[in-house]
Design a protein around this ligand. Sequence first.
Ligand SMILES: Cc1ncc(COP(=O)(O)O)c(C=O)c1O
Length: 463
Amino acid sequence: MLSKKASSLCHGEDSSYFHGWQKYDSDRYDKLTNPKGIIQMGLAENQLSFDLLESWLASNPDALVMKRPNGESAFTDLALFQDYHGSADFKNKLVNFMARIRENKVNFKPDNLVLTAGSTSANEILMFCLADPGEAFLLPTPYYAGFDRDLKWRTGAEIVPIHCSSSDGFKITMCALEEAYQRAKKLNLKVKGVLVTNPSNPLGTTLTRDELNHLITFSVAKNVHIVSDEIYSGTVFDSPSFVSITEAVMDRNLERTDLWSRIHIVYSLSKDLGLPGFRVGMIYSNNKTVVSAATKMSSFGLVSSQTQFLLANMLSDMKFTDKYMKENKERLKKRKETLVSGIKLAGINYLESNAGLFCWVDMSHLLVSNTFDAEKELWEQIIEEAKLNISPGSSFHCTEPGWFRICFANMCAETIQVALKRLKDFSQSINSKKKAGSCSRQRRFLLGKWVSMLLPYDPEPDR
Ligand SMILES: Cc1ncc(COP(=O)(O)O)c(C=O)c1O
């Protein structure tokens, strides 16, 4: 009855990442009404600084009621037809904000910016612009679980994973890039580019200079695009500091080469300002043809003029945004430290990180075997017994079983303590079950040995 696209399974929704959200929705934790419910730690949302946004709104009510600084109403202008180029005022404020996040080391031109309904839409539009159905983008693993939907589902583009390993902190190496490229070729897929998240979701780490240089060298050699999803660029709360792909390309004096027009940045206000519901995203590209095509495509997911008006007002208050960014980072850092001390107490190791709204943790010691089936079993146990929704590494295409992503910024300080207590109790109960299992195996082994010693000795047992 439905079209092939509508009934296609490559939406990616059939993964533990999204199943966890469904489970959480059916049994949400609430301190008073459902204290035994599931705590959501599978959603990269930032709720730590809402009070700052709300206090700005309280002192700037004109922005909400659509009044201009001169007291005139902007209602009619905002309510009438808007074309897909977006508000010039908002775009100016946005490029300025993006430059400040990058310590003004990079300059952005508003004409190179395309407004989209979140980064979800920005990533998809870029795929439509850069790849035909059946052509591929290379993505380092582990990668954001939503990319199967955003990059592949409607565009028909393919993702070929660049396999990164825990042995070197999941770094992107030249060898891994080349190996993925060759694998794509063997599959008869034309590689159109590499897409990275910087800072990485799910690792919570910024790309190093070496990694950025590998990407640049690779994309020059293979003549391919680089898409850098920098949605978490304003959530870098610890050293090393964030280096954007643009800065890395400029540092190698490559602005006047072809590569410059193959660099595309994706950004949104969903994470840094904690506004995923507002659906404000963007593509920044130095490629005029991409900007023009993407602008036309943005018709299918525009940002409402009312939202643009409100946020243009907020972003023009630089005193507020600077204070917000500083305070928000401090809160995130503190919250991450709370999470890390809790998971350490639970005997769980983690990848050192400096950014994002999550921590990438290694729970492989709790698996019954080193397999993805065992990882799924553990994930189910965590959600059913510990009542925590965390996301298993397999949903991020991690190649090593036992890694999980734990989000830490979408709850209050009290709830995270409940979550950490549950995690500790759960981890201790699995460890003692494992110990009991290995003791009884040991007992069985010793008993077998003892029985065989009592039997008469036969020097030629195979006779
Ligand atoms: C790396 C990355 N890209 C894109 C998105 C989608 O963000 P948006 O809400 O702006 O569509 C997310 C959301 O988690 C993300 O982590």
